[in-house]
Design a protein around this ligand. Structure first.
Ligand code: 4EZ
Length: 230
């Protein structure tokens, strides 16, 4: 099996490269893909750079160029729910693009004709994630993730995301990966550990907790890969 693991920032994949040990670096589209042989399978790890477009390119490269059959995202996110605290880990049940707006034509926010507002992550991968969480006694939360090309750092915008999309987490890449994987019919799942609460203090909290929260997600993804390959 070939598995692709994507982060947005170098900090989000560094713990994964430490865990697996790098094998070979292949550059495509100015992205480094780290190719690892592990348990008779191949893993491709890359960070896309921030934003939905970059994440979509990286996911496309993993699937169309390297032949990845499953895509896992590992990284951090802003928590929008009171019970999503710094360091907590969540999977996205479904994802939307909160910055899509063609409401001038009567379309609902987040909707693109011939597409859909929410894209569901793979239920089998999510079931495996729930099993892995149980096995390792790790709390795993779940919710809707809204992605957009903005770092959310205000109570007002946070409230709007909750009210408009029922979002529980916010980040800047998940929906880009979701759109690509959905269209190319490749199962995907999105892991995010909370780095901030997307409020007025989000920037400070993000800087403080990026590394530690990225590690929470990466450690879980390692266990997830072990289960997938056993
Ligand atoms: C984007 N990522 C943040 C990148 C920030 C700073 C140089 C995750 C994230 C996030 N995205 C964590 N908290 C967030 C928030 N409050 N809003 C959007 O995926 C780059």
């Amino acid at each position: 099996m070939k598995i692709g693991i994507i982060g947005a920032m170098r900090e989000e994949i560094t713990p994964l490269l430490e865990i697996f040990g790098t094998y070979k670096e292949i550059i495509l589209g100015d992205n480094s893909f780290y190719n690892i042989f592990y348990k008779n399978s191949e893993i491709y790890i890359a960070y896309s750079k921030i934003g939905k477009v970059h994440a979509a390119l990286t996911a496309s490269g993993m699937i169309l160029h390297f032949g990845c059959e499953k895509i896992i995202f590992s990284g951090v996110a802003g928590g929008l729910r009171a019970d999503l605290k710094v360091g907590d880990l969540m999977i996205a049940t479904k994802l939307c693009q909160h910055d899509v707006d063609i409401s001038a034509f009567g379309h609902p926010l987040g909707f693109i004709p011939e597409s859909k507002i929410y894209i569901q992550s793979d239920s089998k991968l999510n079931d495996i994630a729930r099993l892995v969480a149980k096995k390792h006694d790790t709390p795993l939360k779940e919710g809707i993730i809204a992605s957009g090309d903005q770092f959310i750092a205000s109570a007002e915008k946070k409230r709007w995301l909750i009210e408009t999309f029922g979002a529980d987490g916010v980040e800047m890449e998940g929906a880009g990966v979701a759109v690509v994987c959905d269209l190319l019919k490749v199962p995907f799942c999105i892991f995010r550990s909370i780095s901030d609460s997307a409020d007025g203090e989000a920037d400070v909290s993000f800087d403080e907790f990026l590394d530690s929260s990225a590690r929470v997600s990466a450690n879980f993804v390692k266990n997830m890969v072990d289960t997938l390959l056993q």
